[in-house]
Ligand binder design. Structure first.
Ligand SMILES: Cc1cc2nc3c(=O)[nH]c(=O)nc-3n(C[C@H](O)[C@H](O)[C@H](O)COP(=O)(O)O)c2cc1C
Length: 362
């Protein structure tokens, strides 16, 4: 297994299992002299933390991050920034019943076939808990991007059959889904509660918008910005699809409607009159907001009985008990923001290098 690192100019390597001693991340290639707000890092971790809101798992992890290296007097040094998140509230006994069974929809079968051994306690590396390391790295990337004038926000825009019809990002933080439509957020939360009561789960869609990207981030032809974002997003557990801008509906459009025409703005600068493309042309950022949506499948671990196999090749019925999220979306929103930040900062360093602008240094 050798695919635990992401990035070309910025290398992000995660380690650790759901029920091991700790998880963590090493972020190598950061520019030196950048102030890091540790409280802001903690706030971002809190948004992913299990037990942080009523919609998720009953598991309670503190997700306390320790910075082990790469910072001095509050500034990045340019050396590898290592962060550790200790595991606390593990109940490995929750998994005793299913140690010898493959959970439908989870990575148990493929992991066993490929590696011949798997840490069945909590799903090991394929647990949603692995994403805590990504959020820690993303929180750092997000702060550096902010200094470059780049902002990233993500929120749930669909849960099952309940969809957001507004995009008011100011109201999003007031609900646990970070949904930009207050009214729809209520229906979405009811939908998740209904899934929990039915011992089932439900999927959804998360939208992400990054603003302030200069034209030219992304490297044609294999490291196009949209290709790298797609890789980053599809590497998050339970993400099954991605679309940019108008997405799959482009297939129903025509060139005259879909093309984003250009004109001069009030200051005589070139601008796009629409953003059907979602901010990427030819794999490079166009300067328009980067807009994409990901489809998240229903959480695989459910307590309803389902047919499966055991390790000895017998047909069995499995009911997955324990403390699972009835919907992945509420906790995945911040993971999407984190992976977007890592990918965009990597694209920035690849395009422009990692020398900080003098104005970035205190
Ligand atoms: C933040 C987050 C939380 C998750 N929580 C759970 C969970 O409680 N139970 C579960 O079975 N899967 C959970 N998942 C999904 C699994 O990690 C994922 O479905 C599994 O690794 C299989 O990968 P795949 O769905 O991409 O094929 C979570 C994923 C994320 C990103």
């Amino acid at each position: 297994m050798s695919a635990n690192s992401f990035g070309s100019a910025l290398h992000v390597t995660t380690f650790g299992e759901s029920h091991g001693v700790a998880l963590g991340v090493v972020v190598d290639g950061l520019e030196p002299g950048i102030p890091i707000d540790v409280q802001e890092l903690r706030r971002m971790m809190e948004r992913r933390r299990p037990g942080a809101n009523a919609l998720g798992t009953a598991r309670k992890e503190q997700d306390e991050v320790s910075i082990l290296s790469g910072m001095f007097q509050g500034l990045t040094t340019g050396a590898p920034l290592a962060m550790e998140i200790r595991n606390g509230d593990q109940k490995s006994s929750d998994y005793d019943e299913i140690a010898g069974l493959y959970r439908p929809g989870h990575a148990d079968w493929t992991w066993q076939q490929k590696f011949g051994i798997r840490d069945w306690r909590g799903g090991g590396r394929s647990s949603g808990r692995e994403t805590s390391s990504r959020v820690a790295a993303g929180a750092i990337a997000m702060q550096i991007l902010k200094l470059k004038g780049i902002g990233i926000v993500a929120g749930t825009v669909r849960i099952g059959d309940v969809a957001a019809s507004r995009r008011d990002w100011d109201v999003a933080p007031s609900n646990p889904l970070n949904c930009p439509d207050e009214q729809a957020a209520i229906g979405m939360q009811e939908r998740i509660e209904a899934a929990r009561k039915a011992q089932d789960s439900v999927g959804g869609i998360i939208e992400c918008i990054a603003t302030g990207l200069p034209p030219g981030l992304g490297e044609p032809v294999f490291d196009k910005l949209d290709a790298k974002i797609a890789q980053a997003m599809l590497s998050i557990g339970a993400v099954k699809g991605i679309e940019f801008g108008d997405g799959f509906s482009c297939a129903l459009s025509s060139g005259s409607r879909f093309n984003d025409e250009m004109a001069l703005d009030g200051n005589g600068k070139p601008m796009f009159l629409t953003n059907h493309a979602g901010g990427v042309l030819g794999g490079m950022s166009s300067g328009a907001p980067l807009v994409f949506r990901i489809a998240v499948k229903p959480t695989p671990s459910i307590s309803l009985p389902q047919r499966t196999m055991d390790l000895d090749g017998r047909e069995r019925i499995v009911e997955v008990h324990g403390r699972h999220d009835p919907c992945v979306c509420p906790r995945a929103v911040v993971v999407v923001e984190a992976m977007a930040a890592i990918t965009i900062l990597d694209a920035w360093y690849t395009a422009f290098g990692r020398v900080p602008r003098p104005s970035d240094i205190r």
